[in-house]
Design a protein around this ligand. Structure first.
Ligand code: ZN
Length: 224
């Protein structure tokens, strides 16, 4: 409680003159102004509070939006990597299927060449191979073994650069085998000592078979 500045008597709040000494009790100007100040403060506080609130809300919204954006981007990245993994798996499956087909075709080619070798050998030797025919047959059999190994290696190799090399090796071996078989057909067989079977029909037949490319032979069509 305030006191009168003149006599020291207690003065009530809002009192303008002292009841004891009758002197005016000075009311501080500040007191009159303070409600306005308080109101101003309240209004200013409210404005600042509102501004802060809206700022916080805006920032929260922005942060949420940013987080959503990041999540969206993250999801897109995951989906993309999943798609890439699927693509890679499909590619690998297709590559395996292609390789299986290639290996199957090569094996068929080798089987056909091996059959041609056997037919040529039997036709050329008639059970009496000369040393040269035996040697050529050995070379042909080695090439067939080598070809089968190369085709197996091709099916087991993943790297395209190595496969290209293996394909080149296969092609070269096929060429050598084809040459050896043709040569085998043209080499004269062992001369028959018994003389019972020694008909001269073999020689022109041999020449004919060796003079033609192996793929172009169609004996059945010719016979008809
Ligand atoms: Zn007084």
């Amino acid at each position: 409680m305030r006191k009168c500045p003149h006599c020291g008597e207690p003065v009530e709040a809002g009192q303008e003159t002292c009841f004891a000494c009758g002197q005016p009790v000075r009311v501080r100007k500040r007191r009159a102004r303070s409600p306005v100040n308080a109101l101003l403060l309240v209004v200013a506080g409210a404005i600042i509070g509102l501004a802060l609130t809206s700022l916080v809300v805006a920032r929260t919204r922005a942060a949420r939006k940013h987080a959503a954006e990041i999540k969206k981007r993250e999801l897109a990245r995951v989906q993309d990597s999943v798609r890439q993994a699927n693509q890679a798996r499909e590619d690998s499956v297709r590559s395996i299927a292609n390789t299986a087909q290639e290996v199957g075709e090569l094996n068929s080619e080798i089987n056909r060449e091996e059959q041609r070798f056997k037919t040529t050998y039997e036709g050329a030797t008639k059970g009496r191979p000369s040393p040269e025919q035996v040697r050529l047959a050995g070379v042909a059999q080695d090439e067939i073994v080598r070809l089968r190994q190369l085709v197996r290696a091709l099916g087991a190799t993943v790297r395209e650069s190595e496969r290209r090399q293996i394909r080149a090796d296969i092609k070269a071996a096929q060429g050598r085998l084809s040459e050896v078989i043709s040569e085998l057909g043209s080499v004269p067989r062992q001369k028959s000592r018994a003389g019972g079977e020694g008909k001269p029909e073999l020689k022109p037949k041999d020449k004919e078979s060796s003079g033609k490319p192996p793929s172009g032979r169609r004996p059945h069509q010719k016979d008809r």
